[in-house]
Write a protein that binds this ligand. Structure first.
Ligand code: AMP
Length: 573
């Protein structure tokens, strides 16, 4: 293995990276640094995040900057604001002792004026998301005429996010004789197209095998019915007392909903998705990075820029649509030489996808059964005992209190004291799990029956619908949209009026979990019902009909431990 010096890295840069604790080059650095310093070839590097790729392109780029020249000489394009900020922060660290190298992150959602002012002062390395850079190019406040190195970082993500045209536009404004470096965790066909179009006989560097999940990530799945998915998630969370995880959901709504439920049940969790403002997202990411959160519930897109090294588990709350997203998700754990686990909670219908992913990542999944309440309690108990053993005792601070404490507990035997300390933390967990039903793993047949049951059941029969007579002169209507869909009285009224011609007065509204009731003037009722006939939201058929007498009939008498008291709040991990 070569040293950074042997790879040709300049002494002032070595000094900076030594301060960051980089002793030996990582494999991607060993391969990319000499090629980029020699500036002879275009390069495609298939490397997951966490392989050290930022320094692989960052160090040679910094070294090749002519700091007397104030125009941009290197351009790094990346998909998200978070990654943009992360990359610029890393480059700033690497260039701590490289005199006069200015790096500017350029991204949407922040003041363009301050970016323009910084560009006017002189910048040699631009790290940009494509949209904002095009904006600046169109305003003619930045020129790419002197750019000699272009990096496309997380290229597959940029394409997934629909930046293909913007990238085309940007690359057409960069001199032809630049070198180009493309980093991607996966190699979809679209990337091959870009490389053919813009690269000249690129050197192909593969860190790990193509499209293969990180070597030190274990892949596990649990199969449950749709209604047990959340309960399964909680069991997994409880089974690993020291877990530090990202939980991936498919939609913003599901992300928010799962995070809300976890918070309500006493977990240190929060959500990250596109409906949050930038400052809310920054706050959540900051809390997660600082480990004030144990669970980050996120959509694929929102989690893209997040760069955290010691995530122990990735939890897929359902599988993503494509194997590439799975590779990205699972690549969030098992980083920088650590081991990690990617857990998928799947429905029986998703079993086929497991086989597809196994083929793509060239690794087998392990099918596991959910831990029982007993096993979880035992595991938590031993974790607590372990913490008691390892806790650092602040002798000085507690010394003055000890005599009175000893006096107070004098009448108890040592065994009794231990039992009491353990019970203090543990009783609520025991109580909670003793009330829990076991989660039954679905079989093909049970899953079909579950589906048929649901098909036969009228939505308004599913749980106490709050049966009520309509106000005089009004008709009470049922709609299959509820709180779970994010409905509140205001947006439900807006939703109805957005669809119905003319304005409909809406009376009483009863919002329930999966569906709701609202009242409209009698003479308007059939118009409203007709309006919604055959309408779909995404792929879900809307049902609006006159509420029936039977709406109060409850078929749900299932008890879950969710309803019995709250899970004890975790204190630390
Ligand atoms: P990256 O893939 O660029 O996000 O890097 C992953 C992590 O590895 C970051 O925390 C880097 O600071 C760290 N890193 C990069 N290169 C080295 C190195 N040669 N030695 C030790 N750590 C490194």
């Amino acid at each position: 293995m070569k040293t950074f010096e042997q790879l040709g890295v300049a002494s002032e840069i070595i000094e900076a990276i030594q301060e960051l604790g980089f002793e030996q080059p990582m494999p991607v650095q060993e391969q990319v640094i000499p090629l980029l310093l020699a500036q002879t070839r275009d390069i495609i590097a298939l490397a997951q995040t966490g392989t050290g790729k930022t320094a692989a392109f960052g160090l040679p780029i910094i070294q090749k900057i002519d700091s007397k020249q104030r125009s941009p000489q290197a351009l790094i394009l990346c998909p998200t604001r978070e990654l943009c900020l992360q990359l610029s922060a890393d480059l700033n660290d690497f260039s701590k002792y490289a005199d006069g190298v200015k790096i500017l992150p350029v991204y949407g959602g922040s003041s363009i004026d301050s970016q323009i002012r910084a560009l006017k002062r002189g910048v040699q390395i631009i790290v940009a998301t494509p949209g904002r850079l095009i904006d600046l190019l169109n305003r003619k406040v930045v020129s790419l005429d002197l750019v000699h190195t272009v990096v496309l970082d997380e290229a597959d993500e940029m394409l997934n996010m629909g930046f293909t045209e913007s990238i085309d536009d940007i690359l057409s404004r960069v001199p032809k004789e630049r070198s180009m470096l493309l980093f991607s965790a996966t190699m979809p066909n679209e990337i091959a197209k870009i490389t053919r179009k813009y690269m000249d006989k690129p050197a192909e560097i593969v860190i790990g095998r193509k499209n293969e999940g990180a070597l030190n990530v274990k892949h596990v799945y649990y199969m449950v019915t749709a209604r047990d998915k959340y309960l399964a998630l909680k069991r997994i969370a409880d089974y690993y007392p020291n877990i530090y995880a990202i939980i991936f959901c498919r939609t913003r709504r599901e992300t928010q909903e799962i995070a809300d439920k976890l918070i309500q049940d006493g977990y240190d969790a929060d959500s990250l998705h596109g409906d949050l403002s930038q400052s809310q997202r920054d706050l959540v990411m900051g809390k997660f990075r600082n480990k004030n959160l144990q669970f980050l519930v996120a959509t694929d897109v929102a989690a893209r820029g997040l760069d955290v090294d010691d995530i122990t588990h990735v939890i897929n709350f359902g599988l993503p649509d494509d194997t590439e997203s799975y590779t990205h998700r699972s690549g969030r754990t098992g980083r920088v030489g650590k081991s990690g686990t990617s857990i998928s909670i799947i429905h029986i219908k998703e079993k086929g996808k497991i086989a597809q992913i196994e083929k793509a990542i060239n690794k087998q999944f392990e099918k596991r059964s959910l831990p029982t309440g007993d096993v979880i309690c035992e595991k938590q108990l031993f974790n607590l005992v372990d913490k008691i053993e390892k806790v650092k005792v602040n002798e000085d601070e507690i010394e003055r209190l000890l005599p009175s404490i000893f006096r107070k507990l004098d009448w108890l035997e040592k065994e009794d004291i231990i039992k009491r300390i353990v019970s203090l933390e543990f009783n609520r967990l025991l109580e909670y799990y003793s009330a829990a039903e076991e989660i039954i793993e679905p079989t093909e047949r049970s899953s079909r029956k579950d589906r048929d049951d649901r098909k036969d059941r009228k939505p308004f029969e599913s749980n106490g619908g709050g049966s009520r007579q309509a106000e005089k002169g009004y008709t009470r209507l049922f709609i299959n949209i509820g709180k779970m869909d994010g409905a509140n009285p205001a947006n439900l009224m807006g939703f109805v009026n957005d669809h119905v011609t003319g304005k409909v007065r809406i009376g009483k509204i009863d919002l329930l979990k999966n569906f709701s009731f609202f009242e409209v003037p009698e003479q308007e009722a059939s118009k409203v019902v007709q309006t919604f006939k055959g309408l779909f939201i995404e792929d879900r058929k809307l049902i609006v009909e006159v509420a029936q007498e039977s709406e109060n009939k409850s078929t749900s008498n299932r008890k879950t431990f969710d309803k019995k008291g709250k899970r004890p709040k975790r204190r630390s991990y």
